[in-house]
Design a protein around this ligand. Structure first.
Ligand SMILES: [Zn+2]
Ligand SMILES: [Zn+2]
Length: 251
């Protein structure tokens, strides 16, 4: 792309953003108040709460979530790096933001998460000095879900992180057509069985991932079944190693 085209693209994006701001004045992604002059995506109160949530400790290893490497469930061997706690039933600012991201891909929230998760991606990659080349991938939503929302929240987050880290995005995991069972309604064992039947490796990306380190990007990890199934697929397809980087981890 030429320099002029890039400039034009950037000005168009700015124009679209300011038009959006006129029609929908920016609201806090945590509590919904009008932001006025405050910097998106959070009001001052919610921004403080976000920082405080970084201090929540894992009940098992007693470490802050960002340092916790506990396997979320039996059978999960993928190293998982997460920033924030996700506590079911507690409607804290992170829970509200992630809930909102399921329906609406707010560019300010996406940019915030990508900026916060970038160092974690680089840290995860630094743990394997033997791997020369890193790429990003993500577990895609079902086609039906993507069509009803108009976007895939893991894909948009992975794209934003690819732009920040310089790690190419390789969309090599895809959904098996016709498999749409929703993971959140299933128990842990059923999640494994369902996930195994729901994802496959797109063999056209075999060269792109051969020997590479792959970071699987997602908003949230619950049991880790989906991430583990994707890890197994990628290792079988020739990846050098796989780790997951998620915004939040269910405690
Ligand atoms: Zn707020
Ligand atoms: Zn832990």
């Amino acid at each position: 792309m030429t320099h002029n085209k890039l400039n034009l693209g950037a000005s168009l994006a700015r124009a679209a953003a300011s038009l959006r701001g006129l029609v929908f004045p920016p609201r806090c992604a945590g509590c919904g108040v009008l932001l006025g002059g405050q910097t998106p995506p959070f009001c001052a109160r919610c921004a403080t709460e976000v920082m405080e949530l970084r201090q929540v400790f894992c009940p098992r290893c007693r470490q802050p979530v960002v340092l916790c490497r506990c396997a979320p469930h039996d059978g999960i061997t993928t190293p998982i790096y997460s920033l924030y706690p996700y506590r079911t039933g507690r409607k804290d600012v992170i829970a509200r933001m992630l809930l909102m991201r399921k329906e609406h891909d707010d560019p300010d929230v996406r940019a915030f998460l990508a900026a916060q998760m970038e160092p974690l991606c680089l840290y995860a990659a630094s743990q394997r000095a033997d791997i020369q080349r890193w790429v990003l991938a993500y577990p895609p939503r079902s086609k039906a879900k993507k069509q009803s929302c108009g976007f895939d929240q893991s894909q948009t987050l992975a794209k934003a992180l690819s732009a920040r880290t310089g790690f190419p995005l390789v969309p090599c995991v895809r959904r098996v057509r016709g498999r749409n069972a929703v993971q959140k309604h299933l128990g842990a064992e059923a999640r494994f069985v369902n996930a195994r039947a729901s994802y496959e490796f797109d063999t056209s990306y075999a060269n792109a991932i051969a020997g590479a380190g792959i970071l699987l990007i997602d908003d949230i990890v619950t049991t880790g079944a989906t991430l583990q199934v994707c890890t197994d697929l990628l290792l079988e397809a020739g990846a050098g190693c796989v780790a997951a980087v998620t915004a939040a981890r269910t405690l």
